[in-house]
Write a protein that binds this ligand. Sequence first.
Ligand code: ZN
Ligand code: ZN
Length: 357
Amino acid sequence: MHKGAITRESVLKAIAEHDKWGREAFLEEYHFGKARSYVLVHDGQEYDSKAIAGVAHKWDQGRALAPGEFSGGKDHAAAWLKRLGFQVKAAQNPDWARDEIILACNLVMANGWKGLDAQDGRVIELSALLQLLPIHADADRNETFRNPNGVARKTFDIATRHPDYRGKPTKGGALDVDVLHEFLARPDQMTEVARLIREGISTGELQDLVQADDGELDDDFSAPEGRLLLRRHRARERNKELRKKKIDSVLQRGGTLACEACGFDFEEVYGERGAGYVECHHVVPLHEAGEGKTKLSDLALICANCHRMIHRRAPWPTPAELRTTIEDRRASRLHGAVIGQQRGEAAEGSTTPEGQR
Ligand SMILES: [Zn+2]
Ligand SMILES: [Zn+2]
């Protein structure tokens, strides 16, 4: 059995069989459930993509695939059908990302913490903007993606979570509440964040950033400002030219490439292998780092460990703050060691038999 080795003809045969029997009978015959993530669109009709792809194997491979043998998603069914030139679309739109909620929350705040309806010009404008954000892949969206109805609903999800709202909240998720609280705690900063996202989209700067490390960003990077501004931060720190200029300027002034937080020096520890290596951290907070050039003074030299620790949890400490933490901990460990040593000596003294002295 060669999974996924199917032809366009056999997919069309599966579609024909589906049309002849009807959806229920077709799914029952082959033990498939209804498509949850992707649907196949053919001649204006929607089909359960996984079932169609699985059944197509009957003609090309001798038997239909059973539902447990493959996934319906991007790795299997959806990918096979797309490769054959079929249109596959998401059955459901993706959950709202933090960036999207920030923009919606900003609108709700500007509206006196009240929800807005789908006919409102500001909702229509935001709907168009959300469709431009480079966050969700086209394949994951369907035709209702962030349409004015969906955006209006989200404004109510947010508004009805406001502490002053005296009614039952509409659905919404934990992230809505999270972002709402960020806005209540730091209204000016979060308004500026929303403005920066809008600005980055209108200039095109945010569209061009690679999404390569988004997986990593989700796991171990935390920023209330959302994914797009975080991507920009990372791009600025990884800019090879800037990094080289920064390193050169430090060396020219007779400095070393030691970490500004912990003092780790890659060359000192790793010798030739570590020579010239250090990471750059962009010290300007995300809500202040607008368009424009990064100055060398905006970059700090930082080792990989400290860099990771800075980004791990918001709010991010400055390198100087992290250095204070490291030094305090080192001092208290040293103190503990000295006390321990004194106690150890004292204990030794008391148990030493007199005859052995
Ligand atoms: Zn360090
Ligand atoms: Zn950084």
